[in-house]
Design a protein around this ligand. Structure first.
Ligand code: PAF
Length: 280
């Protein structure tokens, strides 16, 4: 694997004979890699001539400075995991190269209803930071296909819209949520959970599965309330939202719809976790 620390080394490698005119899959990450990320690398490897993974903890998408400070940074271990998956290029730039004019971000306010709800409402400015850095990364790497995890479902909708607006010849691939054996969705933030919080965090996936198993035409209001109760009855977990939405607009549903998506966010101790299940 080739390790590019800066933009000029990335350009040199991408323009070299080995990589020019080949199909390129791209997996943008913030590091602290887990099996969820590695599943994206594997999918990208299977579908492209070569794969670039970026690791950059993007300061402009953190609305909480403490969360940015505590975000796990494990570059050496990440590089080993990527090399073991035969990732071809690791791009790990510094902030001053990604933001040469300071930490300014573009606005995603006009992307549609879905940008303002859920994470958009709970983390003001978060998606502005995401679209700013993702656009910059897409322009630098210039991939053919990009791979994102369904765990960040709302982010997937946002990036899909960004790609439409960029008018880029770029395919978007959303890969399924990867879970621990007990059901917890894999996340870089899981390492911050204490033993008790880790146990408590299970109510998130349990609530989603319970809901998707009992989501039927006549009883969906009760099913939703029962799942919310399951989370709210756990003293270590503070529910931000558990909603069932239209999968494209993220408008909350007020009647049964077979292709709905259930999304949840909650604080486990001081760690904010999100998860979702498509109710197919
Ligand atoms: O999902 C993430 O890890 C980040 O939001 C992303 C897409 C790498 C942008 O910083």
């Amino acid at each position: 694997m080739i390790f590019c620390k800066g933009i000029s080394s990335l350009n040199t490698v991408l323009n070299s004979k080995e990589f020019r005119n080949k199909s390129l899959g791209f997996v943008p990450t913030m590091g602290a890699l887990h099996q969820g990320h590695l599943s994206l690398i594997r999918k990208a490897k299977a579908e492209n001539d070569f794969v670039v993974c970026s690791i950059f903890v993007n300061p402009t998408q953190f609305n909480n400075p403490e969360d940015l400070k505590l975000y796990p940074r494990t570059l050496d271990k990440d590089a080993m995991l990527l090399a073991a998956e035969n990732c071809d290029i690791l791009f790990a730039p510094e902030a001053d190269e990604m933001y040469p004019d300071g930490l300014k971000k573009e606005s995603a306010d006009d992307y549609g209803y879905f940008i303002h709800v859920l994470e958009g409402a709970h983390r003001p400015g978060h998606f502005d930071g995401v679209v700013t850095i993702v656009r910059r990364l897409f322009e630098l790497v210039n991939p053919n296909k990009v791979y994102f995890g369904q765990k960040d479902y709302q982010q997937c909708l946002v990036v899909r819209e960004l790609i439409n607006r960029m008018n880029a010849n770029l395919s978007f691939v959303m890969c399924p949520v990867v879970r621990e054996e007990d059901g917890l969705a894999m996340s870089s933030r899981n390492v911050r959970l204490s033993e008790a919080e880790r146990k408590a965090s299970l109510v998130l996936s349990q609530a989603l599965f319970q809901l998707s198993n009992s989501w039927e035409e006549n009883s969906w209001v009760d099913a939703l309330q029962a799942s919310r109760d399951l989370i709210q009855n756990n003293p270590l977990v503070k529910l931000d939202y558990l909603v069932v939405c239209d999968p494209n607009s993220l408008k909350e549903l007020d009647s049964f719809q077979p292709n709905a998506i259930a999304l949840v966010a909650a604080l486990c101790g001081s760690t904010r976790l999100i998860d979702n299940v498509i109710m197919s």
